[in-house]
Design a protein around this ligand. Structure first.
Ligand SMILES: Nc1nc2c(ncn2[C@@H]2O[C@H](COP(=O)(O)OP(=O)(O)O)[C@@H](O)[C@H]2O)c(=O)[nH]1
Ligand SMILES: [Mg+2]
Length: 457
């Protein structure tokens, strides 16, 4: 009975009976329905149904054929944009995205035009996106536009040094060491002022005292009259403090390299991962991000945005999942597929000290179960704007797992750029990277000499 009914329905469908075809679809026989409908492409109603099914099944090339050869009105602008993109008609896709008119679509259109080697149109599209974009997303569009302009040679690529200079601007303006050392008469007031400025820049009282004392002695020893004669010596002393902490990031090795990021909420872990991911992807590596901060869904989404922006893949689970299980999945995926670098984000809720320590150890153990030699680096991310307060935080993380280095973020965010000195002194950890802005390229190695030159210049 049932068999008869089924074939009866199918027979009806084969004759082009729309409700019988829909019944097939209902029963999950989409493939069969598509097969039947393909015989009725000339029937506008059935063609519409066929188009829907193609879209649902992700058969974009077939959908493309329908809109190209039968009826362009089958698809909305959004669908056309997607179809054209999927079949590689980049310009056409861009044109459809542009019709949608919202900033994200305009940006997408710009990127497609860029890919299609239409740079002028791409720039115009990005400018349009920039006019629409809300303030909080503006940076993202600006960054892309800047990269395009740099790519075309319309803009001098901002080098590491310029970025550092821009980053340290606030500290420099606040302490004005350059002015202090610009030929002032050497007298007690000068040393007091210097000490005050160093404290303001958060270099810490021990270091400030030490530096000022050494300068006093030098002035006496050499019977110096003006402060410019002290400038080189000051740089040398400061450099002595900082060069102990200078160490490059351990670069990814041949097999899979894992980087684990620790730090309190808001210190800049996710952003740093995004920037680093961008760098590794640019170097041609396959990068996998693990959304181990499962505490808030926003944290997961933020990492997802960075994954997209940088061109990395991501392993994520629902908010509230066990972070260790996210890491487990990431390790498994990295094992099975050919990833070069795995960057792991974690949550840093300090008020739950014991659970935090347990969680981090569990994560570390899972990494080691897969790759006994990893992580390549366990990086503690510290926020320079809270200056020396971060030293207290760091102790908890150091207690949990072996930390191999510090990433000091937001050096651009306040006048406390000097915090790198006490962090270096008291934590006894190398500073591997510094964050000098929110842009994707605003992460750089910590180069003590350049840092000092720039601070005092
Ligand atoms: N100015 C500036 N902001 C930064 C830098 N690094 C991170 N941020 C910002 O700091 C905030 C917190 O960063 P996030 O990566 O979410 O911290 P997480 O909670 O540790 O993951 C975000 O608004 C970032 O844009 C930096 O180097 N400079
Ligand atoms: Mg985060």
């Amino acid at each position: 009975m049932l068999f008869w009914k089924k074939s009866q329905e199918e027979k009806l469908a084969e004759r082009g009976d729309k409700s019988a075809i829909l019944a097939l679809v209902e029963k999950g026989k989409k493939e069969r329905a598509i097969e039947i409908l393909e015989g009725f492409k000339d029937n506008p109603e059935l063609r519409g149904l066929l188009f829907r099914l193609y879209m649902e099944e992700g058969k974009y090339y077939y959908a493309y054929q329908l809109i190209e050869h039968y009826d362009p009105n089958l698809a909305s602008a959004k669908e056309k944009a997607l179809i054209y993109e999927r079949v590689g008609e980049l310009e056409k896709s861009a044109h459809e995205y542009a019709k949608l008119g919202d900033w994200e679509s305009l940006k997408k259109a710009g990127l497609l035009l860029w890919q299609a080697k239409k740079p002028q149109q791409a720039l115009e599209m990005m400018e349009r996106a920039l006019r629409q974009v809300p303030a909080i997303k503006r940076q993202e569009v600006e960054e892309t536009l800047r990269e395009m302009k740099e790519g075309l040679g319309l803009l001098q690529k901002e080098g590491l040094f310029e970025r550092l200079r821009r980053g340290l601007k606030k500290t420099k303006e606040a302490v004005e060491l350059g002015i202090l050392f610009a030929g002032r008469k050497i007298e007690e007031g000068l040393f007091e002022e210097l000490e005050e400025k160093l404290l303001k820049a958060d270099v810490g009282s021990k270091t400030a005292l030490h530096l000022v004392e050494e300068l006093r002695k030098e002035a006496l020893r050499k019977n110096l009259k003006t402060s410019d004669q002290l400038s080189e010596y000051f740089k040398k002393l400061l450099l002595e403090q900082l060069s102990k902490c200078e160490a490059g990031l351990k670069e990814p090795h041949k097999s899979k390299s894992v980087y684990l990021f620790l730090g309190v909420n808001g210190s800049g872990k996710t952003t740093t991962i995004g920037k680093l991911s961008h760098r590794f992807v640019k170097e041609g590596k396959r990068v996998l991000l693990a959304a181990g901060d499962t505490f808030r869904s926003a944290a997961i989404e933020q990492l997802e945005v960075w994954a997209k922006r940088s061109g990395a893949d991501i392993i994520k689970k629902q908010e509230g999942s066990d972070p260790a299980s996210v890491v487990y999945e990431a390790m498994q995926k990295a094992m099975e597929e050919d990833y070069d670098v795995i960057l792991i984000d974690t949550a840093g809720r300090l008020h739950t000290k014991e659970p935090l320590i347990r969680e981090l150890r569990k994560i570390r153990d899972i990494i080691k179960r897969f790759f006994p030699e990893e992580p390549t680096e366990t990086l503690l991310v510290l926020d320079a704007t809270i200056g020396q307060n971060s030293i207290q935080q760091a102790k908890v993380f150091k207690e949990a797992v072996e930390v191999t280095g510090v990433v000091l973020t937001k050096l651009d965010g306040s006048a406390k750029g000097g915090a790198v000195v006490p962090i270096c002194r008291e934590l006894n950890l190398p500073v591997k990277l510094i964050g000098v802005g929110e842009g994707i390229e605003d992460l750089q190695p910590f180069d003590a000499k350049t840092f000092v030159e720039e601070l005092v210049a």
